[in-house]
Design a protein around this ligand. Structure first.
Ligand code: FAD
Ligand code: NAD
Length: 468
């Protein structure tokens, strides 16, 4: 039986990064993945394929709606070839997952394909697809088994017309009317893909706003922008039933006044969150405990109640984000190597890849108010930027929240073109505990969208933005 310093169960961004960092630090490492491709949710059915479709559908949308403004004339009708678009997405996924195989080889990590299942706290059975089982011994194990889509108790996910994000990435036709339950990240990103490709899209959300966890100003601006793109919203609606009848799906909900409302479409995307996935791990055999929401319970070192078993990523508490999982993978590897790493969870950015993009780091205005923190706020509209006018992407703004007394940046919230990339400046500033004035005094290249960050910082510092 092979003996490893570390076995990682699950090859998503948490697991594969943990394995690479362990190997870099000199540990003999194995990674176990039940599917035939590495990369987990993120690479196979999450971040990468959804961004590929967002990019493809964005190109189409530009061609149909915006090329003319730029003086580009396309002879004949511009058409979507969905099969080709999905096939390109599959190629992107294929290349990306193969890249992980390359990284495993390069770092001399043993890859086991099969379901990892604890025999006890130091032995793991790997149940292979051919019915045979390998067993390995591991001094330490990192559980990185991720998450699966959640649903509502009364919904039957037939995976044809009542679907999750996984099926929405593989549709064979553009829906006529896609009903989306949940106005969170998945609902809006994939809703926008199909809206651009020609579907009618109605988002049915339980709360009174979309992207409810983010700063309220971002939520309002995104909704305004998506409404301009003709996405329909039913907020404060409590979904009661989802019925499929042939090619038709009907969602029934109670609105704010308690009245019953029905929506009929041909597809229903259920995007009401995800839950930790521990099925098949046989955690009882190792004695690993779960917390009440089914997540693996860990302490501040991401160690479970069993001292040689750790857990990271979507399977534990916290934001379900690929980069959070990656940081945690690195942290555990470095702890195992005797180092003293640290993650500041307040500085894990959140991004929604709609267009306009939405990105944030640090505290929201609502959180600062609730905590009674004295703060000041500076905003700058994208439409005042030369760069925005040049491209035609004028929606959105950057808002910087800073401590009223010390001027330390407490939160950066942005919506607009390319803010998914701009948020890195907010993270860097906050990591180094910059003041708004620090950002305001730094030169930002002209003309760029990044100038909005400088201008918002100027507005937060002394209400002295230059270009508004
Ligand atoms: P996962 O990526 O879920 O990987 C877990 C792996 O463990 C899986 O491969 C699974 O097969 C394997 N596994 C489970 N049990 C076992 C077992 N017993 N034995 C062997 N293998 C097992 N996040 C972002 O940051 N940015 C985005 O743009 C983004 N877009 C997303 C879009 C969609 C549509 C979805 C669904 C998610 C998106 N996410 C995004 C979230 C992101 O995918 C997750 O946060 C991330 O994948 C979590 O990584 P992980 O390593 O914890 O788990
Ligand atoms: P989410 O938590 O972002 O959004 C779920 C939404 O569904 C919320 O707005 C919630 O209020 C609503 N909801 C819950 N129950 C409802 C009900 N009964 N009726 C109507 N609405 C209801 O979850 P998601 O969009 O499913 O995404 C799952 C996870 O995947 C998220 O945690 C997210 O972090 C991750 N993800 C991230 C990205 C990204 O980083 N860009 C993209 C996709 C997914």
């Amino acid at each position: 039986m092979s003996l490893y310093d570390v076995a990682v169960i699950g090859s998503g961004p948490g697991g594969y990064v943990a394995a690479i960092r362990c190997a870099q630090l000199g540990m003999k490492t194995a990674i176990i993945e039940k599917y035939s491709t590495l990369g987990g949710t993120c690479l196979n059915v999450g971040c990468i394929p959804s961004k590929a479709l967002l990019d493809s559908s964005h190109h189409y949308d530009d061609a149909v709606k915006h090329f003319e403004d730029h003086g580009i004339e396309v002879p004949g009708e511009i058409k979507v070839n969905l099969e080709k678009m999905i096939s390109r997405k599959n190629n992107v996924v294929d290349m990306t997952t193969k890249g992980i195989n390359f990284l495993m080889d390069k770092n001399k990590i043993d890859v086991f394909e099969g379901l990892g299942s604890f025999k006890d706290a130091t032995h793991i059975d790997i149940k292979k697809i051919d019915g045979t089982t390998d067993t390995i011994e591991a001094k330490n194990t990192i559980i990185a088994t991720g998450s699966k889509p959640s649903t509502l108790p009364f919904i039957t996910l037939d995976k044809e017309r009542v679907i999750t994000s996984t099926e929405a990435l593989q549709l064979k036709e553009v829906p006529k009317h896609m009903l989306v339950i949940g106005g969170g990240v998945i609902g809006l990103e994939l809703g926008q893909v199909y809206k651009r490709l020609g579907a009618e899209v109605t988002v049915i959300e339980y709360m009174d706003k979309i992207i409810p966890g983010m700063d309220g100003a971002l939520s309002k601006e995104l909704m305004k922008s998506l409404k301009k793109q003709k996405v329909k919203f039913a907020l404060s609606h409590k979904v009661k039933s989802v019925e499929r009848n042939g090619d038709e799906v009907t969602v029934t909900a109670d609105n704010k006044k308690g009245e019953e409302v029905s929506f009929t479409g041909d597809y229903c995307l259920v995007a009401v969150g995800r839950h930790a996935y521990t099925e098949g791990l046989n955690l009882e055999a190792a004695g690993v405990q779960l917390e009440e929401r089914g997540r693996v319970a860990v302490n501040e070192h991401l160690q479970t109640n069993v001292s040689n078993i750790y857990a990271i990523g979507d399977v534990i508490k916290g934001a379900m984000l690929a980069h959070k999982a990656e940081e945690e993978g690195t942290l555990v590897a470095e702890i195992l190597a005797g180092q003293k790493p640290h993650i500041d969870y307040n500085l894990i950015p959140g991004v929604v890849y709609t267009w306009p993009e939405v990105a944030a780091v640090g505290k929201t205005e609502e959180q600062l108010k609730e905590a009674g923190v004295a703060y000041k706020s500076g905003s700058f509209p994208m439409r005042a930027l030369g760069r925005s006018r040049a491209s035609g992407d004028i929606d959105g703004f950057v808002k910087i929240l800073a401590d009223k007394n010390t001027d330390e940046v407490l939160g950066v919230h942005m919506i607009g073109a390319r803010v998914a990339d701009l948020i890195a400046e907010g993270v860097t500033a906050m990591e180094f505990r910059a003041s708004a004035e620090d950002i305001a005094r730094m030169s930002h290249a002209h003309p760029t969208y990044a100038e909005a960050v400088k201008e918002a910082a100027l507005a937060a510092t002394e209400d002295r933005a230059i270009h508004v």
